[in-house]
Design a protein around this ligand. Structure first.
Ligand code: HEC
Ligand code: HEC
Length: 173
């Protein structure tokens, strides 16, 4: 292959790769970045994934994560306290990747759905969540196979990676 042809091939493949990335495929669709970033932290996975699925940082604003983290001794009826170093590392991870640090559509919609004077500690109580689940009945959330609205993975198998695309939704019986 001639040098200029190699360069042309290279440019073409870069362009199609970035088109693929930009199109996302994780729901919300339309213009702009729709994909949740693939972020992870080992301590977050172990500590925050021991009682329930891990909730992706881009699903709540920073002020919500700070509130969750300062209330771990009385966390939804459980004591989820951590040693200071682990606590700080996880808080920083959540804050750095929170919904208000993201430029994907889902995160900004979540943010927009929360009034400025409110600091929810549940994703499942944001207006964004309720508007997306208005067709799911309260009884469906209470099914044994689901447990509660907090158990996103019961219906969204990609939930821990913040993949909520419609093709991945399956409500268990
Ligand atoms: C000792 C068990 C335990 C640990 C450890 C724990 N949680 Fe929880 N968490 C709970 C329980 C119980 C609920 C309420 C679940 C429900 O209502 O079905 C909950 C709910 C939540 C919710 C609200 C989910 C929603 O939108 O309804 C968030 C956010 C959350 N936890 C974050 C965290 C983070 C961050 C950590 C790690 C620092 C953590 N949790 C560690 C027990 C735990
Ligand atoms: C009982 C099953 C169930 C549970 C539990 C559940 N969802 Fe859903 N979710 C659905 C269904 C059904 C839809 C609608 C899908 C559609 O429009 O085709 C949906 C839609 C969504 C959407 C919109 C997808 C899009 O791009 O339009 C998001 C985001 C979402 N859910 C996030 C969550 C989060 C976060 C949790 C946990 C806090 C959760 N869901 C828990 C069933 C569930």
């Amino acid at each position: 292959m001639k040098k200029w042809m190699q360069i042309l091939v290279l440019i073409t493949s870069i362009t199609s790769a970035s088109t693929l990335l930009a199109s996302g495929g994780f729901g919300e669709g339309g213009d702009g970045v729709s994909t949740m970033p693939a972020v992870t932290n080992a301590k977050w996975k172990t500590e925050c994934g021991s009682c329930h699925m891990v909730y992706h940082p881009s699903l709540l604003p920073e002020r919500s994560w700070k509130k969750v983290m300062t209330g771990l001794d009385k966390h939804f009826g459980e004591n989820a306290s951590l040693d200071a170093a682990t606590h700080d590392e996880i808080t920083q991870f959540l804050a750095a990747n929170s919904a208000d640090k993201q430029n994907n559509r889902r995160s900004s919609r979540i943010n927009q759905s929360i009034p400025a004077n409110e600091t929810p500690i549940r994703i499942s109580e944001t207006r964004y969540f309720t508007s997306k689940h208005d067709e799911v009945s309260p009884n469906t959330f209470k099914r044994k196979s689901v447990g509660s609205a907090s158990n996103c993975v019961a219906c969204h198998k990609g939930a821990e990676k913040a993949d909520f695309s419609e093709s991945q939704v399956k409500i268990p019986r």
